[in-house]
Write a protein of this length. Structure first.
Length: 599
C-alpha cells in the first residue's frame, strides 16, 4: 500500500510537470505570436512610410504646384510645428499635369499607381480596394509630412530630399536615415542638422489619435462677439480683435485681405496662439484701401469669419524699386538703387553697418533724385557690411531696402589658386580610418565647383593624397585644386573625401552646394530703428543639392569620410571641416607651401 501511494504520487508529480510544461509552452507561444505579430505590423508600417516617402519625392520633383502646396501648408504650423497631417492634406485641391483639378489624395494615389506601390494588404492581411492615401490615413491617423528644419528658408525652386522615421529609429544610436532624392534611394545624416529643408514622413507627436478624431476633427466652435478693428499707423495697417466664446481647441487665426479693386479675399498670414490677437500689415501701398476679415482655426478647419473692416493705408513714399551692393575690387564697393517712376523724391538716405565693428547704422549721406549709386572705398576684408536705404518726402520716409556683402579676402579682380596644404584628423580614430596592418592612410578627393545658379562648373574627380607615415596629419606640396576667378561670390567648392581601400576610381554619390543670399527687406518705418537687435538677418546660407555621381568600375570598398565646403568669402588660408567624430579637416591655402610631408 505504501509503495502504491508513492507510485501514485510520482505519477501525479509527473502529470503536473507535464501540464506545467504544456501551459508554459502555450504561454510562450502566445507571447511569441504577439511579438511576431507586432514585428510584422512595424515592418508593414516601415514599408508604408518608405513608399509614401518615394511617392512624395517624385511628386514634388514633377509638380511645382504640389511642392509649393506642401511648403505653404507646413508654414501654417497647425500644431505649432511645421507639420502637415496627411488626413487634412488629402482634401486640398491641386491641378495635375493634364490641367485637371483633383484633391491631393487622388493626386498622390495616381503617383502610387505609376510607381507600382503595393499597398493592398493591410495589417490584418485583408485586401483593401480603397485609394492609396485613404488606405494610409485610415491605418495611420497621425501620419504626417513634416519640414523639421529650415522650413522658413524654403524657396519655391528648391526641391528637398524626402526621408521617413522607421520603427527602429533611436535618438541616441541612429546615425543615418533612408530616403529619396526623386526616385533614387539615398542615405541621410541623422546626427548633423542639414543646411537645407528636408521633408520627413512620420507620425505626429503633438496630437493624440486616441482622444482626437484626426480623420474627422471638429473646427473651432462658433465664435460670437467678434470685434475686429483696423487702424492706420505710420508704417501700415494694424488689426486687432476680441471675441467671446470657447477657445480650448483654437490654434490661431488666419488673416484675409483684398484690395478695393479686387473681388476676392486672399489669406496673407497666420497668427499662432489663441491669445495673439494683433497683426501688423506692413505690405501695403500708400493711400490704397484694403478690406480684412479674420477666422480662428484648428486642425479641423476654420471658424465662421469675423465682420469685414475697411482701412486706408497711410500716405508714405513707396520704397526703392531696386537696391544692391556689389564689390568691384578689394577696396571698392558700389551701392546702386532705383526710384519708383510714379512719385516725387526729395532725397534718398543711405546708411551702413559693419558687423562686429560699428553694430549700428551710420549715415553715409542724403542723395538727390539725380544720383542712383554710391562708391564705398572704405571696405575691410573679412567684414560683413549691411546697407539700408529709404526714400524721404517731407517728414515721412518709405520702408527700408537692404543688401549686404561679405567682403572676401581674395582679390576679386584677379585669379587666386586653391591649394591643399594639409590633412588632419583625430589620432584616436586612426584605426577607424586605416587599421595598422594597412600602414599609412590614403585618401581620394572629389572637388566640385558650383555657382549661385546650381551649375556644376568643374569637377576634379580623382585627387589622391597619400600620407608618408602612419600619423593623424600630413603636409602636401603642389596639390592645386582650382584657380578661382569668380563670376559671383556665391560660388562654393564641395570636397568629398574617401579613405582608399582599393580600386582606381571613386564610387560616390553626394550633394554639392552653392550659396543662397537671403536679403530681408524690412518694412519697419521707425526712424529710431538703429538698434542691432532690430537688424534684419541678411545671410549667406549653403543651399542646393547638386547631385554628383562618379562610377566605380572595380566596385571599390572605400570608406566615406564626408563632404566639406569652401566658400569664396572664406579666408585665403583656412580649414575645411567635415562632419562626424573623426574631426577630419583639410587646410586650404592660396600659396603652395613647400614643406616636407611630415617633420
Amino acid at each position: 500500500m505504501f509503495n502504491q501511494k508513492k507510485i501514485m504520487k510520482k505519477k501525479f508529480i509527473v502529470l503536473v510537470t507535464i501540464l506545467g510544461v504544456l501551459v508554459f509552452q502555450n504561454c510562450k507561444k502566445e507571447v511569441s505570436d504577439i511579438t511576431n505579430s507586432y514585428q510584422l505590423e512595424l515592418t508593414k508600417q516601415d514599408e508604408d512610410l518608405k513608399n509614401l516617402a518615394k511617392v512624395v519625392s517624385v511628386a514634388i520633383n514633377e509638380s511645382p504646384e504640389f511642392r509649393k502646396l506642401v511648403k505653404n501648408e507646413a508654414l501654417y504650423k497647425f500644431d505649432g510645428d511645421y507639420d502637415i497631417l496627411l488626413t487634412g492634406l488629402k482634401k486640398k485641391e491641386i491641378t495635375n499635369g493634364k490641367g485637371k483639378n483633383m484633391n491631393v489624395g487622388d493626386f498622390l494615389s495616381d503617383y502610387a499607381k505609376k510607381l507600382n506601390i503595393d499597398y493592398k494588404e493591410n495589417r490584418n492581411g485583408k485586401s483593401s480596394a480603397q485609394d492609396y492615401i485613404d488606405y494610409l490615413t485610415q491605418l495611420y491617423p497621425a501620419l504626417q509630412i513634416s519640414i523639421p528644419v529650415h522650413a522658413e528658408e524654403w524657396t519655391d525652386d528648391f526641391i528637398p530630399i524626402v526621408t521617413f522615421i522607421a520603427s527602429d529609429y533611436n535618438e541616441q544610436t541612429t546615425t543615418y536615415l533612408s530616403g529619396y532624392n526623386y526616385n533614387e534611394q539615398i542615405t541621410i545624416d541623422a546626427v548633423n542638422e542639414p543646411n537645407d529643408p528636408v521633408i520627413v514622413i512620420g507620425m505626429n507627436e503633438r496630437i493624440n489619435p486616441i482622444n482626437d478624431d484626426v480623420n474627422n476633427p471638429t473646427p473651432p466652435l462658433y465664435i460670437s462677439g467678434w470685434n475686429l478693428q483696423g487702424l492706420t499707423t505710420a508704417t501700415g495697417i494694424k488689426l486687432n480683435w476680441t471675441y467671446s466664446g470657447y477657445t480650448g481647441n483654437i490654434l490661431g487665426y488666419r488673416i484675409y485681405r483684398k484690395e478695393n479693386t479686387s473681388n476676392n479675399f486672399t489669406m496673407i498670414s497666420n497668427v499662432y496662439g489663441v491669445n495673439n490677437m494683433v497683426y501688423d500689415d506692413l505690405n501695403v501701398e500708400p493711400n490704397k484701401y484694403y478690406s480684412y476679415y479674420v477666422v480662428a482655426f484648428n486642425i479641423g478647419g476654420d471658424s465662421n469669419p469675423s465682420s469685414i473692416v475697411n482701412v486706408q493705408a497711410p500716405n508714405f513714399p513707396q520704397a526703392l524699386s531696386e537696391f544692391s551692393a556689389q564689390l568691384h575690387n578689394p577696396s571698392l564697393l558700389e551701392v546702386r538703387w532705383g526710384l519708383p517712376t510714379n512719385q516725387a523724391t526729395d532725397f534718398v538716405k543711405l546708411e551702413k553697418m559693419v558687423i562686429n565693428q560699428t553694430n549700428n547704422y551710420n549715415l553715409i549721406g542724403d542723395f538727390n533724385s539725380n544720383i542712383l549709386n554710391y562708391l564705398d572705398q572704405n571696405v575691410i576684408a573679412g567684414k560683413k557690411v549691411i546697407y539700408r536705404s529709404a526714400i524721404y518726402n517731407g517728414n515721412s520716409h518709405s520702408n527700408y531696402k537692404y543688401d549686404f556683402v561679405e567682403v572676401p579676402y581674395r582679390d576679386v579682380s584677379q585669379e587666386t589658386p586653391v591649394y591643399i596644404e594639409e590633412i588632419s584628423f583625430d589620432w584616436n580614430h586612426i584605426n577607424d580610418i586605416e587599421p595598422w596592418p594597412k600602414g599609412a592612410p590614403e585618401f581620394r578627393i572629389v572637388a566640385v565647383l558650383t555657382n549661385h545658379k546650381g551649375e556644376k562648373l568643374t569637377i576634379s574627380d580623382h585627387i589622391q593624397l597619400d600620407f608618408c607615415v602612419r600619423h593623424s596629419w600630413n603636409n602636401f606640396n603642389n596639390i592645386n585644386v582650382y584657380n578661382w576667378l569668380p563670376t559671383d561670390f556665391l560660388d562654393v567648392i564641395s570636397f568629398n573625401v574617401q579613405e582608399i581601400d582599393g580600386g582606381p576610381k571613386i564610387d560616390l554619390n553626394f550633394d554639392a552646394k552653392f550659396l543662397h543670399k537671403n536679403t530681408y527687406n524690412n518694412n519697419n518705418n521707425n526712424n529710431n530703428n538703429n538698434n542691432n537687435n532690430n537688424t534684419p538677418e541678411n545671410t549667406l546660407t549653403l543651399s542646393g543639392n547638386i547631385h554628383v555621381g562618379i562610377e566605380d568600375l572595380l566596385n571599390s570598398r572605400d570608406d566615406l569620410i564626408g563632404t566639406g565646403f569652401l566658400r569664396y568669402t572664406d579666408p585665403q588660408t583656412t580649414w575645411v571641416t567635415f562632419p562626424g567624430q573623426l574631426q577630419f579637416k583639410i587646410k586650404i591655402s592660396t600659396t603652395d607651401v613647400n614643406e616636407t610631408c611630415f617633420p
